[in-house]
Design a protein around this ligand. Structure first.
Ligand code: XMP
Ligand code: MG
Length: 184
């Protein structure tokens, strides 16, 4: 078992403060998946995951859905190696699925300033989907600069830079099963 060793190593570093446990994340994803499954019955659902942070969340969400869903991925670069938004957004991986007329659900790891989400909603709309909604694991409030509607989210967090469960700091900590506040 390598994982507990990795977690113990990170835990022994004083800057990681537990915020959400694996169990809490699992429970909230199950609740969200049943809401989404109810809302999208009989629809042509396409989940669009935003790389890299959302890949673990999307994999777990997808497996809890009781409706059929196609999957695609988009990647934008917005953050560099630090913890504050650069405000610059650049597309680095495009869609490979025809979403014309489909019901798109954008799957994000965390919405912070809202700038990335606002940009990518507009971008996805250029492919003429039937509908576009947003689902985020975390809705973080402290830095919001742009009003955005997050149709589905698992957890409200007021502040702090979070890592674990797909969320990274300079590519570290994505593998942690729980979510932590990183004190820098
Ligand atoms: P904005 O500010 O445009 O940013 O809403 C959204 C993207 O920024 C990243 N982000 C974080 N990543 N811990 C992370 O690992 C955080 O606390 C955090 N806050 C923002 C993330 O990639 C998100 O998609
Ligand atoms: Mg990131």
């Amino acid at each position: 078992m390598i994982l507990p060793l990795v977690v113990d190593t990170y835990k022994s570093m004083p800057e990681l403060i537990p915020v959400l446990s694996k169990k809490e994340i699992e429970r909230s994803i199950n609740d969200l998946a049943s809401r989404i499954s109810d809302d999208y019955q009989g629809r042509d659902l396409v989940l669009i995951g935003i790389l890299k942070g959302a890949f673990i969340f999307m994999a777990d969400l997808l497996r809890q859905l009781s409706v059929a869903a196609k999957v695609d991925l988009l990647r934008f670069s917005s953050y560099g190696a630090g913890t504050s938004s650069s405000g610059r957004i650049r597309l680095t991986k495009n869609l490979e699925t025809d979403i014309n007329g489909s019901d798109v659900l954008i799957v994000e790891d965390i919405v912070d300033t809202g700038l990335t989400l606002a940009y990518l909603i507009d971008y996805v709309k250029t492919f003429h989907p039937g509908s576009v909604k947003v689902c985020s694991l975390i809705n973080k409030h402290e830095n919001r600069k742009q009003e955005v509607t997050i149709d589905y989210y698992c957890h409200d967090i007021e502040e702090g830079f979070l890592v674990g469960y797909g969320l990274d700091y300079d590519e570290h900590y994505r593998n942690l099963p729980d979510i932590y506040h990183l004190k820098i």
